[in-house]
Design a protein around this ligand. Structure first.
Ligand SMILES: [Zn+2]
Ligand SMILES: [Zn+2]
Length: 92
């Protein structure tokens, strides 16, 4: 009788962030470019809009792009979730 909403095998279409939102319907944001960091070609993760990293790092607000869902972010080149705002909750 347990709804398996956590999924597991398939790609997660929704994620719960550390701030308690469910994404989607909450949007995610990712930097389309970053003036200060990493030019080593690593894909940038997407973040919850409330992620502390977004304001901590010296980023340019205009570079942040908002995505309606995780799939849109993935297709735009952000395959991974930020580890800070989307802590991985894999049970041992
Ligand atoms: Zn983040
Ligand atoms: Zn969130």
């Amino acid at each position: 009788m347990v709804m398996n909403s956590e999924g597991g095998e398939t790609q997660d279409m929704t994620k719960r962030c550390r701030y308690g939102h469910l994404h989607p319907p909450a949007v995610v944001k990712a930097a389309s470019k970053n003036p200060t960091r990493e030019s080593h070609g690593k894909p940038r993760p997407y973040h919850c809009p409330e992620c502390g990293l977004m304001s901590k790092e010296e980023t340019v607000p205009e570079y942040w792009v908002e995505y309606a869902d995780l799939e849109s972010a993935r297709q735009a080149g952000h395959p991974d979730a930020c580890k800070t705002c989307f802590p991985q909750r894999r049970c041992p």
